[in-house]
Every structure is written in structure tokens, then in C-alpha cells.
Design a protein around this ligand. Structure first.
Ligand code: GDD
Ligand code: MG
Length: 344
């Protein structure tokens, strides 16, 4: 088994967080996002992983390197221009000579990969697609199956009148090399709009595996915030978060309130009277006296002024929040700077 992670999108819907950081390495509970997918693959015994990149590839390579430290072999394929999802798979064909598990590079899940692969083999499928149930399929690929789990219909971004069920494409596939023949070389090509309809038209063995557990696409700010909170609240069975002890001096410590869910990088400086609830604070942040942070994510290098309040928000790298400022329900880009008493 090999794995391919599609991580070449520009992450436009996660702007402003993805302007200087590509979506695959935007931190989630203080670890680069793809870390979680890579850990899941590793646990399933899949150690040969190719990352398919296009947008800011060097930054991603810089984070994961050759994978040796993690006991993996990580390789990179960089497209000069985005080839589309299936085009990216085709573009990596030279590397992929066996059954391959393909992941969209922006989903957080604790899916049981062994079970997914077992289903694929049991059905002798050419392709198996993981499905997740959601309330509203319109932002996803809708997948209809028959009682045996065989895929009957695939509609990407269905219009309301096309919504006939609640199962959507979870962005995880098991593919046999035989499907390469449906993808033209050197062209932009899509799994969702082109390959899957082609497999159905050709009556290929195309099966589904429904994952009832945790699944989220982190590609928009509110879902990114949700994914961070789900992780730190232990809603993903397979992942622990790292809670390193903080170096607080005793006098300060007595006045500081940090709840048990919050994840704070040990390089942060936390001053007296600060309150941090259900939040993630990245490296090198400075939180001044009596500031209050709740249900929020602060990326690296934030400086939060005295008595400022940040609630239900995400702040990009190196933000400056003035004293007594109030930030609610906001997503601030890197280096945003709010003057004292500002209300956002
Ligand atoms: N290498 C490469 N090249 N990767 C790409 C390209 C490309 O040209 N285009 C997109 N990707 C990557 C993105 O980086 C992302 O990780 C993944 O492919 C999916 O692209 P998105 O742009 O996030 O698609 P989506 O969220 O609208 O829809 C997709 O995901 C849904 C589940 O989250 C579809 O697969 C839907 O059917 C699915 O339900
Ligand atoms: Mg997406």
C-alpha cells in the first residue's frame, strides 16, 4: 500500500490564514495539519507517502522533510500548475505502482483505514470511496449507493434539488492502478467532476465505505476553529494533544486561570490575572495582565495587551491586539494590529 495526499490547493476559503502558510501546514492544536493524516497512515502501517503539492511547496517540504524522523518515507511531487485532483494522482503515476490510498489534504478524521482497505479488497473494487454523513451536502460531493454499498451516483456540489441523501465524499479513496487509464496524461482532470462519473459510466467496481465517526473539512475558518476545539476536547479517538507544562512563576500562577482543555505552547509568556478557556495558543505568544481568551486559536507570536478579550476567534501569526481590545467571532490575518480599545 502507498498513500498520496493531495495538498496542492491554494486554500482560498481558509484565507487569510493561508496567505503566508499553505493549508497543509496551518497548525491544528499546535501541530502542522498534515501531521494528523500522516500519523493515521503510519498507524495503519502505510509508510510510503507522497505529497502532491503546487502552492508554496517548499514550506511544506521544510516541515516534513524525507519523513525519516517519523519512520516514514515521504516524497514530494510538485506540479508547475495545479493539475486538478485526479490530474495530481496521474502526475504521480510513476511513484504509484500498487493499491493507493488517496487523501484530500484538508480533512481531519479518525477513520479506520484498515477497515476501509478490507472493504475494498472484499469487494474486489477498482475504487472505494469513504463517505461521511453530513447535515447539508451542498458544499461537498454527494454520493448515492445501493444496498450493497456500490456507488450509484456522484454529484459534486449538488444543487438543493439534487440532494437525495446525506452521505458525501469524505475525500479518502482506495484506488487500484487500473483507474489510471481513465485519466488523460498532461491535462487538468478532476476526480469529482470527471473520473468518478467515468467509472460509473464504465460500470467499474466502485464501492463506498461509510465512516460514522469523526470527520471534518478544515477548509474554512469556522470549521478550522471547530476542528481545533474538537481535538482539544478529545473528540477524536486516535489523537492526543500535547499539553506541555508552562513555566509560570509562583506569584503569577496563583492568579492565572487556564482550563484543562487549553493547549498552550511552553514558549508563551502568560502574565498575572490572565484567563484562558478552551483555546489553543501557539509558540512565542505574550499574553499581558488580565487578558481573557476563550474558545479561540492564537497562532504563533501574538501579543495580547492588558485586559484584552478574544472570544470565538482565530488570530494569524504575529498579531498585535491592543489593550482592552475586544475581538469576537473574528479571523485576523497574519500581523494584524489592533489599537487599544478596538472592538472587532
Ligand atoms: N496537488 C493538487 N493539485 N492538489 C489539489 C488540486 C490540484 O490541482 N486541487 C485541489 N487539490 C487538493 C486541495 O489542496 C485539497 O486538499 C483537496 O485537493 C480537495 O480540494 P478542495 O478545494 O478542498 O475541495 P472541496 O473541499 O471543495 O471538495 C472536495 O472535498 C470534499 C470533502 O472535504 C471534494 O473531493 C468533495 O467531493 C468532497 O466532499
Ligand atoms: Mg476541502
Amino acid at each position: 500500500m502507498q498513500a498520496l495526499i493531495l495538498a496542492g490547493g491554494e486554500g482560498t476559503r481558509l484565507r487569510p490564514l493561508t496567505i503566508h502558510t499553505p493549508k497543509p501546514i496551518v497548525p491544528l492544536a499546535n501541530r502542522p495539519f498534515l501531521f494528523y493524516q500522516i500519523a493515521l497512515l503510519k498507524r495503519a502501517g502505510i509508510t510510503d507517502i507522497t505529497l502532491s503539492l503546487s502552492y508554496q511547496p517548499n514550506k511544506i517540504e521544510g516541515v516534513f522533510g524525507d519523513g525519516e524522523e517519523l519512520g516514514l518515507r515521504i516524497r514530494y511531487v510538485v506540479e508547475a500548475t495545479p493539475m486538478g485532483t485526479a490530474g495530481a494522482y496521474k502526475y504521480s503515476q510513476e511513484r504509484l505502482n500498487q493499491t493507493t490510498i488517496v487523501f484530500n489534504g484538508d480533512i481531519l478524521t479518525d477513520i479506520n483505514i484498515a477497515e476501509l482497505v478490507a472493504r475494498h479488497r472484499e469487494k474486489k473494487a477498482a475504487a472505494t470511496i469513504a463517505l461521511a454523513p453530513v447535515e447539508n451536502p451542498s458544499a461537498y460531493g454527494l454520493v448515492e449507493t445501493d444496498s450493497d454499498g456500490r456507488v450509484r451516483r456522484f454529484v459534486e456540489k449538488p444543487k438543493s434539488e439534487e440532494i437525495t441523501c446525506n452521505t458525501i465524499n469524505a475525500g479518502i479513496y482506495v484506488l487500484e492502478p487500473g483507474v489510471f487509464k481513465y485519466i488523460p496524461a498532461g491535462e487538468k482532470f478532476s476526480f469529482e467532476y470527471q473520473l468518478f462519473p467515468a467509472l460509473l459510466a464504465a460500470n467499474e467496481q466502485f464501492y463506498a465505505y461509510t465512516w460514522p465517526g469523526y470527520w471534518i473539512d478544515i477548509g474554512a475558518p469556522h470549521r478550522y476553529l471547530q476542528a481545533n476545539q474538537d481535538l482539544i476536547n478529545g473528540r477524536l479517538k486516535s489523537f492526543d494533544v500535547v499539553r506541555s507544562p508552562l513555566m509560570l512563576n509562583d506569584a503569577d500562577a496563583a492568579t492565572i486561570k487556564i482550563d484543562a482543555r487549553s493547549v498552550i505552547d511552553p514558549t508563551c509568556s502568560i502574565k498575572t490575572g490572565v484567563e484562558i478557556i478552551n483555546s489553543v495558543i501557539g509558540p512565542n505568544c505574550i499574553i499581558e495582565e488580565r487578558a481573557r481568551i476563550e474558545n479561540s486559536v492564537l497562532l504563533a507570536g501574538a501579543r495580547v495587551g492588558k485586559a484584552a478579550e478574544i472570544t470565538d476567534s482565530v488570530t494569524g501569526k504575529s498579531c498585535l491586539i491592543g489593550r482592552n481590545a475586544k475581538v469576537t467571532n473574528a479571523t485576523l490575518g497574519d500581523k494584524s494590529s489592533l489599537t487599544d480599545y478596538t472592538i472587532v
